[in-house]
Ligand binder design. Structure first.
Ligand code: PEP
Length: 249
């Protein structure tokens, strides 16, 4: 039985006082989140503060990115050992914003996945197609290519300690959520593809959906057989909305 996982991706948002208030709000409504594992991924600058504010709550935390190298002359970058030192459990790799805005190739994403695991971090690997790719019927080809790059680099066994987030690019931050059926079809494709390599690993792997999830649509999405929670952007910045999503997990 896979435990649903709902992770908030705060992106580049939040001052210290805003983060403290958000965590306080989430903590105060946590009692009726019965099932889902709850995770928050703040910007690097807020990880220490969030870690302290979450103490004893049962909520996990992680980062939104990491460098493939451990240390050295990489100005402005943050490494796996640094995140581990801050007590992070998770790190998002291959978010579509990083692929599109910072030129992260499939191979770089695969190396980040490897770097995360090398330092005891659980990667949340994001995959997803653009609107143009969907219209061209290339969704499965794109997802397969993104997955193959990682499988070829780290092997299928590595997915025993990972989460995959299917995030159609056209649904991120647009309010255009995939229907539960559209999302389920791609989740099933991902699980079947990995099951062809290792049935037990595919069966235990948690697959999140991401893209304009909010309280009102979370239940329909998370009720699908291959959807195990969500990666949440905008709605994760509002405690009550995020809690409503978590309650659907
Ligand atoms: C995301 O950025 O991972 C995301 C899913 O964003 P939003 O929920 O705002 O669409």
């Amino acid at each position: 039985m896979r435990r649903p996982i709902v992770a908030g991706n705060w992106k580049m948002n939040g001052t210290q006082s805003e983060a403290a208030a958000l965590i306080e709000g989430i903590r105060s409504g946590l009692a009726d989140v019965k099932n889902a594992e709850v995770v928050v991924c703040p910007p690097f600058t807020l990880i220490s503060l969030v870690a302290a504010a979450l103490d004893g709550s049962g909520i996990s935390y992680g980062a939104q990115n990491l460098n493939v190298y451990d240390a050295g002359a990489y100005t402005g970058e943050v490494s796996g050992p640094m995140l581990r030192d801050l007590g992070c459990t998770y790190v998002i790799v291959g978010h579509s914003e990083r692929r599109a805005l910072y030129g992260e190739s499939d191979d770089v994403v695969a190396e980040k996945f490897r770097a995360a695991q090398q330092h005891g971090l659980v990667p949340i690997l994001c995959v997803g197609e653009t609107l143009e790719q969907r219209v061209d019927n290339d969704t499965e080809t794109v997802i397969a290519r993104q997955l193959d790059a990682v499988v070829d680099t780290v092997g299928i066994e590595a997915f025993g300690q990972a989460v995959i987030a299917y995030e159609p690019v056209w649904a991120i931050g647009t309010g255009m959520t995939a229907t539960p059926e559209q999302a389920q079809a791609v989740h099933q494709f991902i699980r079947d593809k990995l099951a062809a390599l290792d049935g037990a690993i595919a069966d235990g792997l948690r697959l999140q959906y991401g893209g304009s999830v909010k309280g009102a649509n979370a239940q329909g999405l998370f009720g699908q057989p291959d959807i195990d929670g969500g990666l949440i952007g905008g709605a994760s910045l509002h405690a009550e909305e995020f809690l409503n999503v978590c309650r659907a997990g």
